[in-house]
Design a protein around this ligand. Structure first.
Ligand code: HEC
Length: 148
């Protein structure tokens, strides 16, 4: 009996999937915010490590590749336009998408550079790349994000 119930549930879920798969606006916003939180968490960890506030130098390469990987998902996370909702994203993300893409590219280039520098263990290069990554965050936030 349990098995039959489970099968029925599984089948109805499969049938409903195309409808379920339509992300609602709330989920779309949450997803891109989660992407930014992941990016932010890696970035904060990297800064704490290079400032030697924490003794986890061996984590640097993992954070740098995690940051780069999360940055690569960011463009897709912002693809779907939302209007309203609990968000600080500006509408110009979608009305001035060429400029937004440029801001994304700046983050992608700098996070890729940071990943390479971290892998090579070249600390001055890591420092420089972290500075560039930070500029890329600020550049986009200043233009495309409302202050809370
Ligand atoms: C191309 C644009 C762009 C770049 C580059 C960018 N961000 Fe963001 N970020 C945004 C936007 C837009 C929001 C607001 C998202 C929302 O509220 O829907 C945001 C939100 C955030 C948030 C808050 C998330 C939340 O839960 O509300 C954090 C943290 C964050 N960004 C960190 C970073 C860091 C760190 C970097 C650089 C490594 C970065 N961002 C690079 C556009 C960008």
């Amino acid at each position: 009996m349990q098995a039959i119930k489970f099968m029925a549930l599984a089948t109805s879920c499969l049938l409903a999937l195309p409808i379920c798969a339509q992300a609602g606006e709330k989920e779309t916003i949450k997803y891109r915010e989660n992407n930014m939180e992941i990016i932010g968490a890696h970035m904060n960890s990297i800064v704490a490590i290079i400032k030697e506030q924490v003794p986890h130098k061996e984590h640097l390469t993992t954070h740098a590749s995690g940051l780069s990987a999360a940055a690569k998902m960011s463009s897709a996370a912002f693809k779907e336009k939302t209007s309203g909702g609990d968000t600080t994203a500006k509408d110009t993300i979608w009305s001035d998408s060429a400029k937004f893409d440029e801001a994304m590219q700046m983050m992608l280039a700098s996070t890729a550079k940071l990943e390479t520098a971290a892998a090579s263990g070249d600390m001055p290069a890591v420092q420089a790349a972290v500075g560039d990554v930070g500029k890329s965050c600020k550049n986009c936030h200043d233009t495309f994000r409302n202050k809370k």
